[in-house]
Ligand binder design. Sequence first.
Ligand SMILES: [Zn+2]
Length: 301
Amino acid sequence: MSDFLQRSCPNCGHKKVSGGVVSKPAAETLSPEELRPFWSGFHDSKLFFSYCRCTACRLLYAPHFFHDEQLADLYSELAPNMEMVPSASLEATQRGYFEAARKADVPGGGYLEIGPDVGYVAAQAAQDGRFDEFWLFEPNRVVHKSLAQAVMPFPARVFADMTDLSPVPDGSIGLAAMIHVLDHLLDPTAMLEQIHAKLRPGGVLMIVTHNEASLLSKVLGPKWPPYCLQHPQLFSPASITAMLEGVGYSSARVARSTNYFPIDFLVKEAGRAIGVKLDRLPAPRASVGLKLGNMITLARV
Ligand SMILES: [Zn+2]
């Protein structure tokens, strides 16, 4: 099994685990090459590294996972996130994220985002007008130019490396955002520590993740889509709060977030989750907002 990384709990370092969720077969019993076809896209069979619960802090994480180098290789061939969801729905979803941050009384200063994709939320932040500089860490170089355009007329500093935030001045950031990023990182606490140093007094960190304690995850069990090869850990309101407090954030507030989907897309995805092909079923092209097992966390320094 030396093909894969062996991890202790990424929150507290403890090694003992109990319970969890397992696919048949479990990813750690296959070779990296056998796993490659399952990395991206949708498949009829679910396959993921076994998730176990840390007996000390209750975080749900995969004790076996890809190494950094394997991940870099796999991500390099990954298509942009959620390309199947038409962009009007995606924009409505992301507008809700910035709206949540705006309501949290975020101070001005710099804006920092890890994995901004094409910059939906960064563009909202630029339109808001309270941020004077945009620090954007996005591995996909193809979108770097559109990112800079998305935050005009404000200056954008765009970097392809997502692990080293040292170019950002300490204590300068009013709002930092990570949308569907933290549950992809092998070392989430290291990232949270770096961001903590970059926030100014009163600064806010906004994190969107899946919620493994959601009703949807309990109903779907191992078929819940976030159980997949791309998530080395999955958070609940309790475990993300514990991790943030452990790193030194003073307060964390968690709310369920709303995703907007076209109804026909939802019907197909629901069918896929329960193993029924519904591709030919006609459904209206309207959009609905659902609280679908995701959560938004706002933390302060
Ligand atoms: Zn732990």
